[in-house]
Design a protein around this ligand. Structure first.
Ligand code: AMP
Ligand code: MN
Ligand code: MN
Ligand code: MN
Length: 277
């Protein structure tokens, strides 16, 4: 069994089609794949119509507000036709469109037009700041994506618009309504103290959250050890995934992340009684 439970297609900010991800997962020897696009289920529905030897797990990555932070919650083994979930994601997608229009207006003020048209020519249904970064690079406003984020799209960036995502508790409730397992994505990427992360995890668990992503692309070994211990202390299931976006990013690939250690394997999310596909 070789799994990857966190990846993105071009329906959010990944570079590739769901069919490309499926082929690459097979090439990389995976047995189970979840495409977890930001706030959208289109890849899951498309993959369900393809026949393959690979086991496809329905997944999504929901952007949430928690206190002053933006937290990403993965929903795995979800029923993609559940109305509570699809209603919430429709609102998130609308918010993403509104946010892009507001960024387009700010960019017009700086003398660069065309963002909205650029976005609408993409296959994407859940627009992100990554798309804006690509546009800024294409228009020669930034030398690369990192610089585009720093100068334009980060909190202090020139066209930044603060997002209004759903609350973390709302996301957990929708995932559970859809029969899924809620999992905190990449917990060590939020730039917060351990104390605050532990408070976040406790609140997540109290609200029905069940898993922690303890291994992902580029994770530092000490962070993985810490997260495995935290999952064990909080009695949460452990999940893993590359957060793959693009085959040209050499530091990441489907299936590429450190293995769970023996203790964490005993609480692997695929042993959850509600694990189904
Ligand atoms: P959004 O959902 O619109 O806030 O966009 C977030 C996406 O942008 C994330 O899922 C990442 O893929 C990407 N991202 C966030 N911060 C950076 C950064 N500093 N450099 C490059 N990509 C980033
Ligand atoms: Mn992304
Ligand atoms: Mn994320
Ligand atoms: Mn992701």
């Amino acid at each position: 069994m070789k799994v990857d439970l966190h990846s993105h297609s071009y329906y959010s900010d990944g570079k590739h089609s769901p069919a490309f991800l499926l082929q690459r997962a097979l090439q990389n020897g995976l047995t189970h794949l979840a495409v977890t696009d930001h706030d959208c289920l289109k890849a899951c529905d498309e993959l369900a119509a393809l026949s393959t030897d690979l086991t496809i797990i329905n997944g999504v990555e929901i952007s949430c507000n928690w206190e002053e932070l933006e937290i990403h919650v993965l929903g795995l083994c979800i029923d993609t036709s559940n109305a509570a979930l699809t209603d919430l994601l429709a609102k998130q997608q609308q918010h993403r469109r509104d946010r892009m229009k507001a960024m387009d207006a700010k960019l017009n003020g700086l003398g660069t037009t065309g963002l909205w048209d650029y976005l609408n020519a993409l296959p994407c249904v859940a627009f992100t700041r990554s798309h804006v970064a690509d546009f800024l690079v294409q228009r020669g406003r930034s030398a690369n994506r990192q610089k585009a984020f720093k100068a334009y799209l980060s909190k202090r960036g020139r066209i930044y618009i603060a997002p209004q995502w759903c609350g973390m508790l709302e996301a957990i409730a929708a995932i559970r309504a859809a029969g899924g397992i809620a999992c905190i994505a990449h917990p060590c990427r939020y730039s917060i103290s351990k104390r605050k992360l532990e408070r976040l995890v406790a609140e997540f668990k109290a609200a029905g959250g069940e898993a922690l992503e303890v291994s992902y692309g580029n994770i530092q070994p000490e962070h993985q050890l810490y997260l495995q211990r935290l999952a064990s202390a909080q009695q949460l299931w452990t999940s893993v995934g590359s957060d793959f976006h693009d085959s040209e990013a050499t530091w990441t690939d489907l299936g590429r992340f450190p293995a769970l250690d023996e203790a964490a394997k005993k609480s692997a999310i695929w042993l959850h009684p509600g694990w189904h596909f």
